[in-house]
Write a protein that binds this ligand. Structure first.
Ligand code: NAD
Ligand code: TDX
Length: 327
């Protein structure tokens, strides 16, 4: 198997590359990545990295022609960025996915498209329902709406052109190599820098946390055994409100659990996400390995403690952006 991983130098893409190298050592893995602020070649030193933009048809075509399958992670991924600069989200998430679809169509290459639970909108805190593959799309932000649009393009290319594609929509990931703009690494590195964590609004919002390695095993299961045209939801029943997560991080790092600040809320902030992954579990026999969130979080904190040089260079620019937003 020759596999092209777009966005493989980012957080989840690089975790996926490490997972595949461990679980399928005979596969050849090539990364295709624009190496934006969120991508780092050093995350995947063991594989070839083609530096290219997924919206650039010529370089995408040349890379896709070399492989048997593509796993498409490349995206602009941060909601806060999408609220003040939506254009790169339209360009990468929509035009980029269109470009990848045209290349796999031309070369008859299998595609797995990576998406998010945010395409389904949000749930009330007391809603007994969780997201299912056929829950109607109802995205809130420029980020989630461009991800929703990219999923719809994939569905259309399957039906209209017979492209052999699958889609997975996963919940919030945590683990090593996550950019410090995101919630968990931001709070860990704020504490490591001697500052206080920053909770948006009252911190009641609920996210359904999954370790990036469990996301990777779910993607591998769908890539190998998923049915063409199907959508699989990936989640590990990890619902927690943001306030509890900040308190847990503070306690694990030896601080008083109340030692954080409330900052301006995110406009249009989704209240709750929750995934029902029973299709992936029953149809493909997938199970998460990281069942203890506190232990996974403690290991993630250790990783940021031991890899200060990895995140330090991004930290100042990230906090400068947040300062402008009052967050
Ligand atoms: P990330 O921002 O850490 O990484 C994105 C990667 O894509 C980076 O390496 C970046 O350089 C690359 N990239 C960006 N624009 C590109 C372009 N135009 N051409 C080529 N490469 C480009 O993101 P992440 O958190 O690892 O997310 C990866 C994927 O998983 C995304 O599709 C995202 O929507 C999805 N997802 C993320 C989460 C989460 O919790 N982070 C949850 C569900 C789904
Ligand atoms: O400093 C912060 N304080 C805070 O309270 C930050 C950065 C975030 N938050 C809140 C906002 C969210 O309720 O924490 C929660 C998580 O925030 P993010 O890490 O920005 O993630 P979210 O917006 O939930 O989206 C993530 O999960 C789904 C990923 O970034 C997306 O790429 C993925 O699709």
């Amino acid at each position: 198997m020759k596999l092209l991983v777009t966005g493989g130098a980012g957080f989840i893409g690089s975790n996926f590359v490490h997972h595949v190298r461990r679980e399928r050592p005979d596969w050849e893995v090539i990364v295709f990545d624009a190496l934006t602020y969120a991508g780092n070649r050093a995350n995947v030193p063991e594989v070839e990295v083609i530096q290219g933009d997924v919206a650039d048809a010529e370089s995408v075509d040349a890379a896709v022609a070399r492989v048997d399958a593509v796993v498409h992670f490349a995206a602009e991924s941060h909601n806060d960025n999408s609220l003040h600069s939506p254009w790169p989200f339209v360009q990468t998430n929509l035009i980029g996915t269109y470009t990848v679809l045209e290349a796999v169509r031309k070369h008859g290459v299998r595609l797995h498209h990576i998406s998010t639970d945010e395409v389904y909108g949000d749930l009330e805190l007391d809603d007994p329902a969780k997201f299912l593959p056929d829950t109607p799309y109802n995205p809130s932000s420029p980020y989630s709406s461009t991800k929703a649009g990219s999923d719809l393009l994939v569905r259309a290319w399957v039906r209209s052109f017979g492209v052999a594609a699958t889609i997975s929509n996963c919940s919030n990931n945590y683990g090593p190599f996550q950019h410090v703009e995101k919630f968990i690494p931001r709070q860990i590195t704020e504490i490591l820098e001697g500052r206080r964590p920053k909770l948006y609004g009252a911190g009641q919002n609920v996210r359904d946390w999954i370790h990036a390695d469990d996301h990777s095993s779910g993607v591998l299961a769908v890539l190998e055994r998923g049915r063409t045209g199907e959508t699989y939801l990936i989640g590990a029943d990890g619902e927690r409100d943001n306030k509890s997560v900040v308190e847990m991080i503070l306690s694990l790092m030896g601080h008083d659990a109340t030692d954080y600040d409330h900052v301006n809320d995110r406009p249009g902030h989704d209240m709750r996400y929750a995934i029902d992954a029973s299709k992936l579990r029953t149809e493909l026999g997938w199970e998460p390995r990281y069942r203890d969130f506190e232990a996974g979080l403690a290991a993630t904190i250790d990783w940021y403690r031991q890899n200060v040089a990895w995140w330090k260079s991004q930290k100042e620019a990230t906090e400068a952006k947040y300062q402008v937003l009052g967050r």
